[in-house]
Design a protein around this ligand. Structure first.
Ligand SMILES: [Zn+2]
Length: 341
């Protein structure tokens, strides 16, 4: 067995143990935390004719994202967090949303440094307007002015702009000097921020959900309050993304940004707020992203908080989650297992 096989079997055992805490006579199976379908242990192996494994190892956090943006000292430990996922869930949650998260993060960095995500630029004087998009527009950060350099391919020496457009710009400048009409440059950022952010939010809530599954197992996810989260993730597989995840005080699941970049260099779980006066949620914090997910148990009273978690920080310990599961969901899984035997 290769090292991938070893890792998969190890994960399988960890998940099975967690399942048997709730359903002691469960057969040797894996319940996918996203689609809740059931898979036998043999699905860890490739098919006899070289078919791909039906169960795969899923990174809780996207590998490329962590490699590009997480602090070097903590990358390995972040990527060490793995769970089993069925193949369809793993590949659907991987590609489109996670690559959008990377795009979105890059865009935020560019914006912070005063640049543009996707620039549309034109120059105008009087009634004449010239498109500047191929002119290699740059922003001088210190001077706060724009310049363009008529870019040339260094290998071939060919121009990368339309010479006609260069003439137009030069004429426009001359004309503006002659007529004393102002020469203006208009810049517009056409990066589709909202659309990208919504996909990035879905990638983040998926990772947060898997982080909680990784930490607390089925006790956490076998809960009716998690159904809307699973539904949101499954819908995103079909390309359906809505604005559900915009944070607001009464919501049980959402994704927000606070803007202080290195607040949580490593993913961190907390109860928020760590008191009982309003709805409690579990917050998974990573970098400056805050993923809020339903807190499945009844409200935590102050004395319990003192014993089981740090009151001020809302730090959470496993014991608070372990008595959380929902009988209804356990029963429905039990029924599926019966059918499976
Ligand atoms: Zn699945």
């Amino acid at each position: 067995m290769g090292s991938t096989g070893n890792l998969l079997h190890k994960l399988f055992q960890i998940h099975l143990e967690s399942l048997r805490q709730l359903i002691p006579d469960a057969p040797e199976v894996f319940v996918c935390p996203i689609c809740m379908n059931i898979f036998p242990e043999s699905d860890l192996n490739p098919g006899p004719n070289g078919e791909q494994r039906k169960l795969t190892d899923g990174h809780v956090w996207n590998e490329k994202y962590v490699e590009q943006f997480a602090n070097q000292n903590v990358r390995a430990s972040i990527l060490f967090e793995r769970v089993l996922l069925c193949k369809p869930c793993n590949s659907s949650s991987g590609s489109p949303n996670e690559s959008t998260l990377i795009e979105f993060e890059k865009f935020r960095k560019i914006k912070k440094s005063g640049g543009y995500g996707k620039v549309k630029a034109f120059a105008k004087s009087g009634r004449t307007k010239v498109d500047l998009k191929r002119m290699g527009i740059q922003v001088d950060k210190e001077g706060g002015y724009l310049y363009w350099k008529y870019p040339i391919n260094p290998q071939t020496g060919r121009t990368l702009y339309d010479p006609k457009e260069k003439n137009q710009v030069e004429n426009l400048i001359k004309e503006s000097l002659r007529t004393e009409q102002p020469f203006q440059v208009f810049i517009e950022d056409t990066f589709p921020v909202d659309e990208k952010w919504q996909k990035a939010q879905t990638a983040l809530i998926t990772s947060a959900y898997l982080k909680l599954f990784h930490g607390f197992g089925y006790s956490y996810i076998f809960n009716a309050s998690l159904e809307p989260v699973r539904k949101h993730i499954l819908q995103s597989f079909e390309g359906r993304i809505d604005t559900d995840l915009t944070p607001s005080p009464e919501k049980h699941f959402s994704v927000g940004i606070c803007g202080s970049e290195y607040r949580y260099p490593e993913p961190h779980i907390a109860i928020n707020p760590p008191s009982t006066n309003r709805i409690q949620i579990l917050e998974v914090n990573f970098m400056d992203y805050h993923m809020r997910l339903p807190f499945p148990a009844d409200y935590i009273e102050d004395p319990e908080l003192c014993e089981d978690s740090g009151k001020e920080t809302g730090e959470i310990r496993k014991a608070l989650i372990l008595d959380a599961p929902d009988d209804e969901i356990i029963d429905s899984v039990r029924e599926k297992l019966e059918a499976f035997r």
